[in-house]
Design a protein around this ligand. Structure first.
Ligand code: TYM
Length: 333
């Protein structure tokens, strides 16, 4: 059985892209893999977070994982900062990864913007911590949305260089990205060429997992579309980024293919399609959101899940970290 590691940052609201691109796939993978799902609070602070909001978001992301159907008894749900091995291995990887590799990371360039010298050192070294997350458990598979692909390639490069530098050819597995489904890249509702993102200043650009039914309906009604009717096949969506995104969201939520959606709505305008999309969104997300609300109102039980998960994660990481330190040449404690 392979081992999965994946993570979500507790920064701002969890949105439909996080759900369709990541969490929903995790739920489906639980039967075939041993899984660790992590709320990566240490990644979150690479950009300043208000401490109380960070605590709330950490619980909210954990609640979303639980409400979506991740089983915390069979698998491990925890927050990163409770397992010190992530930071320890990240330091070792800071010394394995090359500046040139990190300089190529597009996410750093996007997040740091024009003022690179004002970005935190943590934001720059972020991908090394991500590699440490995965390799601390020798995870073999990493289910993520498409935007994380480059970071995973870096994790593979780090694993390969460590194995090579220290003469331990099979020590770290080269983790495989699992990027699948019809929603590997959910786009903004306001601009079909931009990724749906927590940091977009427009609240109308994304559907949050905490939005109530009325808000979801309103955001879909106000979503950008175009003046044409819907095509008969998915090929007709080329050059129509907003249409492609909205139909892709429908396909993912209704669990059908993009071609199925086209067949169903061929010749119709966005007025009736958006009504159908809002219906399926409210229908599919509603039960998850209700459960999330219940869990968020009971932080003690969410904290207990995270503590239990962290304890099991620490136990799983301990022998691997001991071997890593020994391989590097650190004296035993
Ligand atoms: P984060 O918190 O930005 O996103 C969490 C997950 O959601 C996916 N995602 C999307 N998928 C489809 N469409 C979108 N618009 C969209 N936006 C986000 C992301 O691809 C991700 O799977 N660096 C990671 C967190 C992380 C991690 C890890 C992931 C830290 N350590 C180890 C995997 C393994 C991040 O910032 O994800």
């Amino acid at each position: 059985m392979g081992r999965i590691f994946s993570g979500i940052q507790p920064t701002g609201n969890l949105h439909l892209g996080n759900y369709l691109g990541a969490v929903r796939n995790w739920v489906n993978l639980q039967n075939d893999f041993e899984c660790l799902f992590c709320v990566v609070d240490m990644h979150a602070i690479t950009v300043f977070q208000d401490p109380q909001e960070l605590r709330n978001s950490t619980r909210e992301v954990a609640a979303a994982m639980l409400a979506s159907g991740v089983d915390p008894k069979k698998h491990i749900i925890f927050n990163q900062s409770q397992v010190p091995g992530h930071a320890e291995l990240a330091w070792i990887f800071n010394c394995v990864a090359r500046m040139g590799w990190l300089n190529r990371m597009t996410q750093f360039k996007e997040k740091a913007g024009k003022h690179k010298e004002n970005a935190s050192v943590g934001l720059y070294a972020y991908p090394n911590l991500m590699a440490a997350d995965i390799l601390l458990y020798k995870a073999t598979h990493v289910p993520v949305g498409e935007d994380q692909k480059q970071h995973l390639e870096l994790a593979r490069d780090i694993a390969a260089k460590f194995n090579n530098d220290f003469g331990v050819p099979d020590f770290f597995p080269l983790p495989e990205p699992q990027i699948f489904g019809t929603a590997t890249r959910v786009m903004s509702l306001k601009d079909g060429t931009k990724k749906m993102s927590k940091s977009d200043p427009s609240a109308l650009s994304r559907i949050n997992m905490t939005d109530d039914a009325d808000t979801i309906v309103k955001k879909i009604r106000k979503a950008k579309s175009d003046a044409d009717v819907l095509p008969e096949t998915k090929d007709g969506l080329e050059g129509r980024p907003e249409a492609k995104n909205l139909l892709g969201i429908y396909a993912a939520l209704a669990d059908v293919t993009l071609d199925d959606v086209c067949t169903q709505f061929a010749g119709e305008g966005f007025g009736s399609f958006k009504k159908a999309l809002a219906e399926v969104a409210v229908d599919k997300l509603g039960p998850i959101q209700n459960e999330m609300r219940r869990l968020v109102a009971d932080p003690t039980s969410v904290d207990a899940v995270l503590r239990d998960g962290a304890e099991r994660a620490r136990a799983m990481a301990a022998p691997i970290l001991a071997e890593i330190k020994d391989t590097v040449g650190f004296l035993k404690a």
